[in-house]
Design a protein around this ligand. Structure first.
Ligand code: HEM
Length: 276
């Protein structure tokens, strides 16, 4: 990640992000936006989640259920999570004067349209697969994976200090990712996105025929769907924290690095980064 400094100064600019990191970052950010909103469209066709192979009447394996119910005060949205009911009128179950899982503003297309949702979802799913493969090859060849993504013993030893620094919004502008960045980017790139792709394949009837074991690995198609949904929630949580951290660490400098590659470091912090 760290290349020649340019130009030398009090707070030198260093070349922190390669073209492959930047290009793939923005392609998967756009892909994940469409995947999320079309995924919620597909989910709305059956806004329930189960564990195991089967679902429906006679099975007691529901983990999440979103529906509309009639009440004395009119229709209400109800969300049941592990048997616990929540009134979610206006957001989940009933919104915009209609019974809907997720509201119109959270889905693409905004109206109920499963067929279009599926076409767009699968298109961006394959874009994501390709982008992740390109990132992986580039990250292995450039050393980015080993140097910046995979946490090492030293990173774990710094974890306590790093958590304290983040809690106080104290950021060190070095050429290297800090421990929490490494852990979260590792979690996204090496665990969450591959798990998302694998559970997506496990739900596909075509893949069930070609590689049937992939559904069994996840304990059945309904479990694969539930894991797919849970990983989506984790990625949404990552996204909000990621943006908060970019803003807190200095949005202009952070954005410059992920758009142009160049990152402004603090002199003492840069030498600290060089040592790590
Ligand atoms: C779904 C959306 C997003 C995901 C999954 C995501 C994920 C990631 C990951 C995994 C990295 C590390 C990449 C690597 O080193 O190979 C990264 C870096 C970065 N992302 Fe995002 N990102 C998303 C959206 C955004 C957005 C919208 C912004 C800007 C507002 C942003 C700003 C950055 C910056 C500045 C870095 C570099 C951090 C640094 O150099 O310290 N990301 N992102």
């Amino acid at each position: 990640m760290q290349r020649p400094t340019h130009p030398a100064g009090d707070r030198p600019l260093i070349y922190r992000q390669t073209i492959w990191t930047r290009l793939t970052h923005w392609i998967w950010a756009i892909s994940l936006f469409f995947l999320l909103l079309t995924g919620l469209q597909i989910f709305n066709a059956r806004p329930d989640l189960y564990l195991g192979q089967q679902s429906g009447f006679g099975f007691d394996n529901s983990v999440l259920s979103i529906r509309a119910v009639n009440s004395d005060s009119g229709p209400r949205g109800v969300t049941t999570v592990f048997g616990q009911d929540f009134d979610t009128t206006g957001f989940l179950g009933y919104s915009g004067g209609r019974a809907r899982g997720f509201p119109a503003w959270a889905t693409i297309p905004s109206g109920q349209d499963l067929a279009t949702g599926r076409v767009v979802h699968f298109f961006f799913a394959w874009i994501l697969v390709g982008t992740l493969l390109v990132w992986l090859v580039a990250a292995i060849l450039s050393g980015h994976l080993r140097r910046d993504i995979i946490p090492r013993g030293k990173d774990f030893r710094n974890l306590g200090r790093d958590i304290r620094d983040h809690a106080r919004f104290r950021f060190h502008h070095t050429g290297r990712y800090n421990t929490l960045q490494k852990l979260s980017y590792f979690g996204v790139l090496i665990i969450a996105l591959p798990l998302m792709i694998a559970t997506g394949l496990a739900m596909s009837p075509g893949m069930n025929a070609a590689i049937p074991f992939i559904t069994d690995i996840f304990g059945g198609r309904q479990s694969a769907r539930t894991i797919h949904f849970a990983v989506m929630l984790a990625l949404v949580a990552f996204f909000f924290i990621h943006i908060l951290m970019v803003v807190a660490a200095g949005p202009i400098n952070e954005l410059r690095s992920i758009v142009t590659g160049w990152y402004r470091t603090e002199p003492d912090e840069q030498s600290e980064g060089d040592k790590s």
